[in-house]
Design a binder for this molecule. Structure first.
Ligand SMILES: Cc1cc2nc3c(=O)[nH]c(=O)nc-3n(C[C@H](O)[C@H](O)[C@H](O)COP(=O)(O)OP(=O)(O)OC[C@H]3O[C@@H](n4cnc5c(N)ncnc54)[C@H](O)[C@@H]3O)c2cc1C
Length: 398
């Protein structure tokens, strides 16, 4: 067996033993996974060394290559394991590893891995999304009588995913109002328990609390909690975008979701026959299969280039664009196939698999919610319109 085949075998064996059947079933059906279930699963992965194997050995990682990591992720996704780590493991962890002070690294990195600290990302503001550099949350530097220095932060952040669970937030704040937009921004780490931090839930159409608005009113942040130099926050935030660009295509996640639609096609009946035989369904389903395989082949092409040491250009931007549009069309087909059996707001999406209504497709409870959640995939991390603009300018030279 080659290196990757051995790894796939090991990951499958581990999942079979370590992933609780109830959690796996929840993920398979699209039901909501609780924070406790996430923490438990991430601890199991951390014990096996697989929560952040791409982190350097000095920080309990194993220095894995992107390709090896992708194999692990793919196996986890296809086996219906909960999505792990996003903001903590993929964003703030790497930022601290590359730009943090030794004290920040020693304090935060082990706590991220042992699940003591959950993080959220405070970039977007009510009037700063695609045009992030126009952010106005203000941080003013002050010195106390004892000589200690702190920033007083005022403003608000919005669309902050899972802030209700977070212990810390990393924020882009304006420290210089005179400088050019990108040059007056700093990167701060803020304890969510600090006086002046409050979280307002933003409940989605599906009844799920994915987002929040975070208000920062006279929050005092020690200057030691700044990452990088003052006013260098923009380049730190940008350095993140270069991490793991190929994974944005979500090939494995798309494959997993298409398998769900295949199951719906087999189980749900229309006009006396399985949905998979209905021409409208079959046509859309096969078109999605073709798009998925085309995307998978394109990702492989980039991976080969990466392995050969070639530079990955701005072309990789198309992978996020195509992968996020594909996942939306997959979820749209699931909803259309389930028809009136799936509702935008369905309390059962929070149920345990065993409590779902008998006689109803087990996918129905969460299908609409999943569709609305994936609607955000063409917005988060750079909207499709912005991706098109970048591709037009940087790749096609238009
Ligand atoms: C699922 C999800 C999770 C998120 N999580 C977080 C989080 O944890 N932390 C955080 O900080 N933010 C988060 N966001 C916010 C996200 O970063 C912003 O929604 C995104 O940057 C877009 O900004 P906006 O919503 O202000 O839209 P706007 O930038 O106002 O865009 C509105 C519309 O105008 C279009 N548009 C804007 N500018 C241009 C242009 N120059 N050319 C062409 N079209 C343009 C856009 O494409 C879009 O269709 C999340 C968003 C989603 C959907």
């Amino acid at each position: 067996m080659d290196e990757f085949a051995t790894l796939r075998h090991d990951v499958r064996a581990f999942i079979a033993e370590a992933l609780p059947a109830r959690v796996r079933e929840k993920v398979r059906l699209g039901l909501e996974v609780s924070k406790e279930e996430m923490v438990d699963w991430q601890r199991r992965l951390a014990e096996r060394g697989w929560l952040a194997p791409h982190w350097p050995e000095a920080w309990q990682g194993q220095g894995w290559s992107a390709a090896r990591r992708a194999v692990l992720q793919e196996e986890l996704v296809l086996a219906h394991a909960p999505e792990t780590g996003g903001i903590s493991i993929e964003m703030i962890g790497p930022i601290l590893i590359h730009h943090g002070t030794p004290a920040q690294q020693q304090y935060f990195l082990p706590r991220i891995l042992n699940q003591e600290h959950w993080w959220c990302q405070g970039y977007s503001e009510p009037n700063a999304g695609s045009d992030l550099a126009s952010l106005t949350t203000r941080a003013e530097r002050h010195t106390r009588a004892d000589g200690s220095t702190f920033y007083r932060v005022n403003g608000s952040k919005i669309w902050t995913s899972y802030a209700q669970y977070a212990d810390w937030i990393f924020c882009l704040v304006r420290t210089d109002t005179e400088a050019r937009a990108q040059e007056g921004i700093s990167f701060l780490l803020i304890d969510m328990r600090s006086p002046g931090v409050s979280v307002r839930p933003l409940i989605g159409i599906h009844g799920w609390q994915l987002f929040n608005q975070v208000f920062l009113d006279d929050v005092e942040v020690p200057v030691e909690m700044r990452v990088g130099e003052e006013n260098a926050g923009w380049s730190i935030a940008k350095s993140l975008l270069e991490h793991e660009r190929l994974n944005l295509s979500r090939v494995a996640e798309n494959r997993r979701r298409l398998a769900k639609v295949r199951a719906i096609g087999n189980e749900v009946m229309e006009a006396g026959e399985p949905m998979r035989n209905r021409p409208w369904f079959a046509q859309r389903f096969h078109a999605l299969e073709v798009r998925l395989e085309t995307l998978a082949a394109t990702v492989l092409r980039f991976r080969r280039l990466e392995r050969q040491g070639g530079a990955l250009g701005p072309e990789t931007g198309m992978l996020k664009l195509l992968g996020s549009q594909l996942i939306q069309d997959i979820e749209n087909l699931a909803v259309d196939a389930l028809g009136p059996d799936t509702l935008a707001y369905d309390r059962m999406a929070h149920f345990e698999p065993a409590d779902l209504e008998p006689g109803r497709s087990p996918y129905a409870a969460a299908a609409s919610a999943r569709r609305f959640v994936t609607r955000g995939y063409t917005i988060a991390g750079g909207t499709s319109e912005i991706q098109h603009e970048l591709l037009a300018k940087q790749v096609l030279g238009l």
